[in-house]
Write a protein that binds this ligand. Structure first.
Ligand code: SAM
Length: 101
């Protein structure tokens, strides 16, 4: 595999070392969730990927409480409602406003 790949250290939204339409595959796993300017990243991916190249991404879906705080991945969370409420606060409030344990 190593002899078929080149490695550079760069941010996904600034692949300036990579020429236009020069790569066969763009693939990421659990990266885009951390990137603020996703539009810039997709623009770079589109720029460097050659015509007919492959594109494959995997991203987690961090929506643990999509419909009700009473259930967590189909488990009944009502007996630990206080913990659930704390988790929701931790993920929805800026870190300096998070409740301390
Ligand atoms: C949860 S890790 C995933 C690592 C690996 N892809 C995996 O699936 O095990 C998130 C990765 O995203 C990378 N990352 C975050 N922001 C990035 C950016 N703007 N450009 C490139 N990589 C970034 C981090 O360096 C880190 O390696």
């Amino acid at each position: 595999m190593e002899d078929r790949c080149d490695f550079i250290n760069a941010s996904a939204d600034g692949l300036t070392e990579v020429p236009d339409q020069s790569v066969d595959v763009v693939t990421t796993r659990s990266v885009l969730i951390y990137v603020k300017d996703k539009q810039a990243v997709f623009k770079e991916f589109h720029r460097v990927l050659r015509h007919g190249g492959r594109f494959s991404i995997f991203e987690p879906i961090n929506a643990y409480f999509p419909s009700s705080p009473d259930f967590f991945w189909n488990y009944d969370a009502r007996p630990v409602a206080g913990l659930v409420q704390g988790c929701e606060q931790c993920t929805s409030e800026p870190s300096h406003e998070r409740p301390t344990p």
